[in-house]
Write a protein that binds this ligand. Structure first.
Ligand code: PBG
Length: 327
């Protein structure tokens, strides 16, 4: 057989395979999501997310230390308040849980990069991502509160804010508010391409943020839609988003690819709680090789075009990169 092209020539040894590797990753592109809650002395495991914890503010430094040592330099903070109300006032309270955690964390670990999730669902008694008008979320009223929330995070030390509510016009509302107060250089990472997804289930257990009635389909996107995702991405860039996020990651690699090709902003992919929980559960049963699955999922997202990867496996991935197993 006279074959001219023999692709196997480039797969013959580890050195060869590494040389021609197309996807290279770096620890600096990882973001680790972290839950903080009211109280003291708390480090409690999240039942549906084995290996992930909720921390009280005083316990947070232990985890920040571990992250810093692992070489994971960026975190995304989520708050779990003690009290919730109709208008989610804990989200924008000066002494709210995220605001206090930020001040403390920044003081002890000033070199880490702090991103905050800007949303109302952890703070509203009804669990929706904004204030209600009847049984629907009132878009424009919610915008004011989201801007207020983002501003309070930045004042408390957030380096970047990430709105995840999916209200129309939130990026513009937040940008205007931050600019007006002089925070023109604080970037916005928009959860622009965010689908109404069952993959968020474990997160809602973790944060106690499941809606008490209905679902999020009137604001998060229908997962059948690709072009609508592009519309959201392009609109948010026009409104001032600096980074566009696609969420979830695993079933949405087409969206990562498309957004990265059609825009010129950095793309982030969020490998969400359900993705984490599936890997953990299957690994526990002995049905999959956890480490190899973690690597394959991450590389898949980068190969699709993401530049930033938000994952509960950030520390593990950092270690695998150090060991040269991926990247
Ligand atoms: C808040 C928010 C959610 C997630 C990130 N920000 C939950 C939701 O939209 O219901 C999900 C993250 C995950 O599942 O890991 N709106």
């Amino acid at each position: 057989m006279e074959l001219i092209q023999r692709p196997r020539r480039l797969r013959g040894s580890d050195a060869m395979r590494r040389m021609v590797r197309e996807t290279r990753m770096d620890k600096s592109s990882l973001i680790y999501p972290l839950f903080v809650k009211e109280g003291t002395g708390i480090q409690e495991e999240i039942p549906s997310m084995e290996g992930q914890y909720r921390y009280s503010v005083d316990r947070l430094p232990y985890e920040l230390e571990r992250l810093q040592r692992a070489g994971v330099g960026s975190i995304m903070l989520f708050g779990i308040p003690d009290k919730k109300d109709e208008i989610g006032s804990g989200a924008y309270a000066e002494d709210g849980i995220v605001q206090r955690a930020l001040r403390e964390a920044k003081r002890e670990f000033p070199d880490l990069y702090y991103i905050t999730d800007v949303c109302m669902c952890e703070y509203t008694s009804h669990g929706h991502c904004g204030v209600l008008c009847g049984h629907d979320v009132d878009n424009d009223e919610t915008l004011k509160l989201l801007a207020k929330t983002a501003l309070s995070h930045v004042k408390a030390g957030a380096d970047m804010v990430a709105p995840s509510d999916m209200m129309d016009g939130r990026v513009r509302a937040i940008r205007e508010c931050l600019d007006q107060k002089g925070y023109v250089n604080t970037p916005i990472m928009s959860y622009a391409v965010k689908y109404a997804s069952a993959f968020y289930g474990p997160f809602r257990d973790a944060a106690g943020s499941a809606p008490s009635f209905g679902d999020r389909k009137s604001y998060q996107m229908d997962f059948h839609n690709r072009r609508e995702g592009m519309k959201e991405a392009l609109m948010d860039i026009e409104e001032g988003a600096d980074i566009i996020m696609v969420k979830p990651a695993l079933s949405y690699l087409d969206m990562i690819s498309e957004v990265s090709k059609a825009t010129n902003v950095p793309v982030a992919a969020y490998s969400v709680s359900g993705e984490y929980a599936m890997v953990k559960a299957a690994a526990k049963m002995g049905w999959i090789d956890e480490e190899r699955i973690i690597c394959e999922m991450a590389v898949g997202a980068y190969r699709a075009g993401t530049q930033i990867y938000i994952t509960y496996f950030a520390k593990e991935l950092a270690k695998f990169m150090d060991e040269g197993r991926i990247g």
